[in-house]
Design a protein. Structure first.
Length: 107
């Protein structure tokens, strides 16, 4: 048994979750914020059998593509630094962490 933690862009999350549910993956969604843009993300928690991990990751990768966006010049660059110029940044994609599950109970 594995726990897949996938951090995806908020805009991609609905399509990803719908497709995972179609393939009988049960998903818990957590609204999260991260990155220097402080943009909305969705952290997905998916517990599945070892042999279904690759299928799950494949579904996530189909719906979480990286893309570039122009962000306003008021976006914080971190450490209190701000830019007056619009910036082109890469958003989307997914960060995926797979961990072993010692015990799983559904009550």
């Amino acid at each position: 048994m594995k726990l897949i933690t996938a951090i995806v862009n908020k805009e991609d999350s609905r399509a990803v979750c719908n497709e995972l549910l179609k393939h009988k993956f049960y998903v818990t969604r957590l609204a999260t914020t991260g990155g220097f843009l402080m943009a909305g993300n969705m952290t997905l928690l998916i517990c599945t059998e070892d042999e279904k991990v690759d299928e799950c990751i494949s579904i996530i990768s189909q719906f979480c593509k990286q893309r570039t966006e122009i962000v306003p010049g008021t976006a914080t660059l971190g450490l209190g630094i701000e830019s007056a110029m619009p910036m082109e940044v890469t958003v989307g994609g997914a960060t995926i962490i797979v961990t072993n599950v010692e015990r799983f109970e559904k009550l």
